[in-house]
Design a protein around this ligand. Structure first.
Ligand code: ZN
Ligand code: ZN
Length: 350
């Protein structure tokens, strides 16, 4: 089950540009949020100058530094503009959470801290214009025990041990995540335990993936990496062998073992069931989400033939292309995870 922080979009406060506007501080000049009394932005004693930055109609001059975790309360409707004469600095390891309803325009955000704005986004602040400026915020959802993700040059490298992070009858009996089969049976299960496979995979994708001139079909084997750590397969079980023949072997997450590792074919209900949760990343670099989209809160109606569209997600307020699990029943009870085609350029998962 997702935690409540799913309703926040967070981004690192580095090299992010926002459009400019005009405002002033009642308390002009440099000011630092020290949090000496509480985490509340609106409490004067939490500020080094003993006054709260106020919205009185001109550009803020000076540097506003957030040196302690800070929350703009939902009752705060103040408007702020950080233009060319000022900057907002969020210090490393510090989070500024904006639950306010005012309009914030920030020309430049500095520091290595994190800015979170409660969704839906209000006002003119559009954080996340640079979601693809480095590691996309969605990568923070991947299980870091199984998956290592880093930027290398103009690429992102995703390395996984191939293991899932949830229960399955495909774990060896000795594994604490082993459960008795519910959606399959011992007799129908594919041979091999998760533990028996060397499922390590590596995928290298561009930092900012692009739509290709032509779509391309998915192949057998791994076509994406799920956030759990295990890989994603398409809707076939072998060369010209439809998944129908193997569906009885799938566990409740639409996954089974072989030939190289545990892999998903269907909606992985361990962490996404009829919702907008992140599923993983496909080999063309585009993310795939559950059957609903955060931009509308329901099933998208503008999907292309691959289940993709361009819209906002919970990870970025800018609109970017991404896929969804399509809300179309398969065999009257399942949802195929990603039959294809790729709308970007696929990369090897080896
Ligand atoms: Zn399979
Ligand atoms: Zn969407």
């Amino acid at each position: 089950m997702k935690q409540v922080i799913i309703s926040l979009v967070c981004l690192l406060a580095t090299s992010i540009s926002f459009e400019e506007q005009a405002t002033v501080l009642a308390c002009p000049g440099d000011n630092t949020f020290t949090g000496s009394t509480s985490t509340d932005w609106g409490t004067s004693s939490n500020w080094s100058e003993g006054c709260v930055p106020a919205d009185d109609g001109g550009a803020i001059t000076g540097t506003i530094t957030i040196a302690s975790n800070c929350v703009v309360s939902s009752g705060n409707s103040a408007n702020y503009t950080f233009g060319s004469e000022s900057s907002l600095v969020i210090e490393d390891g510090i989070t500024l959470t904006n639950n306010g309803t005012g309009t914030w325009s920030i020309d430049e955000m500095k520091g290595n801290g994190t800015y979170c704005e409660n969704l839906p986004i209000s006002g003119s602040l559009k954080p996340g214009e640079d979601c693809y400026g480095g590691l996309h915020p969605a990568f923070s959802e991947f299980n870091s025990s199984n998956v290592t993700i880093y930027v290398s040059g103009n690429n992102v490298v995703i390395e996984t041990n191939g293991l899932p992070d949830h229960t399955s009858p495909y774990w060896a009996d000795t594994n604490p995540l082993n459960i008795d089969p519910v959606c399959t049976t011992e007799a129908q299960m594919s041979p091999g335990d998760i533990d028996n496979f060397n499922g390590s995979f590596s995928l290298t994708i561009p930092i900012e993936p692009a739509l290709a001139a032509n779509s391309s079909s998915t192949g057998l084997g791994a076509i994406g990496i799920a956030r759990s750590g295990s890989v994603i397969y398409n809707d076939e079980e072998g060369p010209n062998v439809p998944l129908d023949n193997a569906v009885g072997s799938l566990d409740c997450n639409g996954a089974h073992t072989g030939p190289q590792s545990y892999h998903y074919h269907l909606e992985p209900v361990a962490w996404s069931e009829d919702d907008q949760n992140l599923i993983g990343v496909m080999s063309d670099g585009f993310f795939i989400y559950g059957r609903k989209c955060q931009s509308t809160g329901t099933y998208p109606t503008d999907l292309d033939a691959s289940g993709g569209h361009t819209s906002r997600t919970q990870h970025c307020s800018e609109e970017h292309y991404h896929y969804h699990i399509e809300n179309e029943l398969y065999l009257n009870e399942y949802y195929i995870l990603f039959p294809g085609d790729y709308q970007g350029t696929p990369n090897g998962i080896n």
